[in-house]
Design a protein around this ligand. Structure first.
Ligand code: NAD
Length: 490
C-alpha cells in the first residue's frame, strides 16, 4: 500500500490497526482532522476507546516473545525497511504532513528526514545489541561469574504530540522495536495522517503481526486507557506538562516505567562579542521554525545590552521579510498554527501582553495576515519583566520575549531561572566562551553558534519540568531495556 492509500482511507478512517489488520473500532464516534491553512476538514478518524486499547495490547503481548527471540540483527532489517519505505514515499508524506500540520514543505521534509535517520540509527543499535548480550562483568570476588543481558521492557504504549508527528513517533518506535519491545502507538488526534503511513509500511515490509499496533483517538478515549492498561509495561509520552503529569500519576499506581518529553521555555543568550546580524539568523531559526510550535523553541532572548539595539533592528528586518502563507507553496516561511485551539491559546498570551503593556518590536499590527487559516503574526516583545507569564510559560507559538542583560553572570542566572530545562543556545564570537557558558546552563541540549541541531547519536530530553529520561543515542535504546545479571559460581 502507498501513502495515497492512507490518504484515501483518510477521508473516513474509522478503523484501527491491530495485528496487521485494519479492524472496526468498537467506538462509532468520529474526530475531524483539519487542514489548518484552508480551515477545512480533510478526514475523519475513529475516536477509539478502551476496547480498542485492550485488543491492541493483547496483540502486542502475543507478538512480543517471538519478536524478542528474533534477535537484534533480524529486527534491524525491519527498521531499515521503515527507513527505506519512508524514503520511497518522501514527496507524498511531506505533502500529507504539510497539509495536516500546516508546516511549510521544507520543515515537513526535516520532520521526515530526521525520522528516517532515527530508524537507520536504531537499526545499527539493534545489531550492536546482539554483541552486548552476555558480556562478562569484571568482579572482585573470586570464583564468581557474572554476565549482563539486556532484555526488552515488554509491551510499550507510545503517545505522540502534533507538532512533529513523524520524528516524535520515530524517537520512540525505532528504539522500542530495536530493543525487542512490541508497541501500541497513539498519534495525536490533531495530526494522525503522517503517522498512519507507518501502518501501511508495516504491512509492506512484512512486520510480524502485533509488533506495531496503531490506534486513533483522543486522550480520553485512547491515551488514558492505554496509560492505565495493566498489560502496558512502559509508557513513553511526548506532550504537554498537564497531560504528562497525569500519565506519570496513572503509571505510578502500578509502578510502570515512564519516559516523559514535556514542555520548554528555552533561553537564547547573545553575548556582547557576537555579530548581531549573524546572531539574528540564529534567533529567528530558534523561534519561528514551525511557527514556534516546537518544544525546544528558544523563546526567551537574553541579549547583552551592548548589542541589543543592533540585534532588535536586525530581527525586525528579518521578521518583515517572512512570508506567511500556503504551507504547500515553496516560498512560504511560516504556515498557520496547527489548530484553531492552539491559535486561540497563543492569542490569549498576546491579549495578556497588551494588558501588561509589553513593548513590541513586531506584532500583528505590523502585517496583514492571510484571509484564511489559523495564522498569527510573528511577534517579538522586548524588555519583558521576569514576572510576566509570557516570560515564564511555554506559549508554543511564534512569540519571542526578550530582555537585556548587563553581564555574562546575569545572562546565566536568568537563563537558569526557569521551571523548564529542555534546551538553550549561546551565541558568542568566541566559541570556547560559548561552550564554557553552555556548561553552566541546566538543560538537556545546549547549542552554541547553531540552533535546533538534533542528531540521532546525541541524547534528547529535559532537566527539571521538561521531562524524565532521554531519547536518541544509546540512552534512547536503554529506555526500552531492562538490565539483567546472571551470576553464580565460575
Ligand atoms: P498534549 O499533552 O495535549 O497531547 C499529547 C498527546 O497526549 C496526544 O496524543 C493526546 O491525545 C494525548 N493525551 C491527551 N490526554 C491524555 C491522557 N489523559 N492520557 C494519555 N494521553 C493523553 O500535547 P500537544 O498539544 O499534542 O503537544 C504540545 C506539547 O508537547 C508542548 O507542551 C510541547 O512542548 C510538548 N512537546 C515536547 C517535546 C519534547 O521532546 N520534550 C516534543 C514535542 C512536543
Amino acid at each position: 500500500m502507498s501513502t495515497s492509500s492512507s490518504a484515501q482511507h483518510a477521508s473516513l478512517l474509522d478503523k484501527q490497526f491491530i495485528n496487521n489488520q485494519w479492524v472496526a473500532s468498537s467506538s462509532t464516534r468520529l474526530l475531524d482532522v483539519m487542514n489548518p491553512y484552508r480551515e477545512e476538514r480533510i478526514a475523519q478518524v475513529t475516536a477509539g476507546d478502551a476496547a480498542d486499547v485492550d485488543a491492541a495490547v493483547k496483540a502486542a503481548q502475543q507478538a512480543q516473545p517471538a519478536w524478542q527471540a528474533l534477535g537484534g540483527a533480524a529486527r534491524a532489517k525491519y527498521l531499515d525497511g521503515f527507513a527505506d519505505a519512508l524514503e520511497a514515499r518522501r514527496d507524498s508524506i511531506i505533502t500529507l504532513s504539510a497539509t495536516n500540520n500546516g508546516k511549510p514543505l521544507a520543515e515537513a521534509g526535516i520532520d521526515l528526514d530526521d525520522a528516517i535517520a532515527c530508524y537507520r540509527y536504531y537499526a545499527k543499535q539493534a545489531k550492536a545489541l546482539d554483541a552486548r548480550q552476555g558480556e562478562l562483568v569484571s568482579v572482585e570476588m573470586e570464583g564468581v561469574e557474572a554476565r549482563t543481558y539486556h532484555d526488552p521492557v515488554g509491551v510499550v504504549g507510545l503517545i505522540s504530540p502534533w507538532n512533529f508527528p513523524l520524528v516524535t513517533s520515530a524517537w520512540k518506535l525505532a528504539p522500542a522495536l530495536a530493543a525487542g519491545c512490541t508497541a501500541v502507538l497513539k498519534p495525536s488526534e490533531v495530526t494522525p495522517l503522517p503517522e498512519l503511513v507507518l501502518a501501511d509500511i508495516a504491512l509492506e515490509i512484512g512486520l510480524p503481526s502485533g509488533v506495531l499496533n496503531l490506534l486513533n483517538g483522543d486522550g480520553e478515549g485512547i491515551g488514558a486507557p492505554l496509560t492505565s492498561h495493566p498489560g502496558i509495561d512502559k509508557i513513553s509520552f511526548t506532550g504537554s506538562n498537564r497531560v504528562g503529569e497525569t500519565v506519570m500519576q496513572t503509571a505510578a499506581a502500578r509502578t510502570a516505567n515512564v519516559s516523559l518529553e514535556l514542555g520548554g521555555k528555552s533561553p537564547i543568550l547573545v553575548m556582547e562579542d557576537a555579530d548581531p546580524t549573524q546572531a539574528a539568523d540564529w534567533v529567528m531559526a530558534g523561534i519561528y521554525f514551525n511557527a514556534g510550535q516546537i518544544c525546544s523553541a528558544t523563546s526567551r532572548l537574553l541579549v547583552h545590552e551592548d548589542v541589543a539595539e543592533a540585534l532588535y533592528a536586525a530581527l525586525a528586518e528579518r521578521m518583515d521579510a517572512l512570508t506567511l502563507g500556503d504551507p504547500l507553496a515553496e516560498d512560504t516561511d511560516l504556515g498557520p498554527l496547527t489548530s484553531a485551539k492552539q491559535r486561540d491559546a497563543v492569542q490569549r498570551y498576546l491579549d495578556l501582553a497588551e494588558q501588561e503593556g509589553l513593548t513590541s518590536v513586531r506584532d500583528g499590527q505590523h502585517r496583514t495576515l492571510p484571509a484564511k487559516g489559523y495564522f498569527l503574526a510573528p511577534t517579538l516583545y522586548r524588555d519583558v519583566p521576569v514576572e510576566s507569564r509570557l516570560w515564564q510559560e511555554e506559549i508554543f507559538g511564534p512569540v519571542l520575549c526578550g530582555r537585556s542583560v548587563a553581564s555574562e553572570a546575569e545572562a546565566i542566572q536568568l537563563a537558569n531561572d526557569s521551571a523548564y530545562g529542555l534546551a538553550a543556545t549561546v551565541i558568542s564570537g568566541d566559541s570556547e566562551r560559548a561552550k564554557r557558558i553552555g556548561r553552566q546552563l541546566r538543560a538537556g541540549s545546549i547549542w552554541y553558534n547553531s540552533e535546533q541541531l538534533v542528531l540521532p547519536e546525541t541524547a534528547w530530553g529535559g532537566f527539571k519540568r521538561s521531562g524524565i529520561g532521554r531519547e536518541l543515542g544509546p540512552w534512547g535504546l536503554s529506555a526500552y531495556l531492562e538490565v539483567k545479571h546472571v551470576i553464580g559460581p565460575a
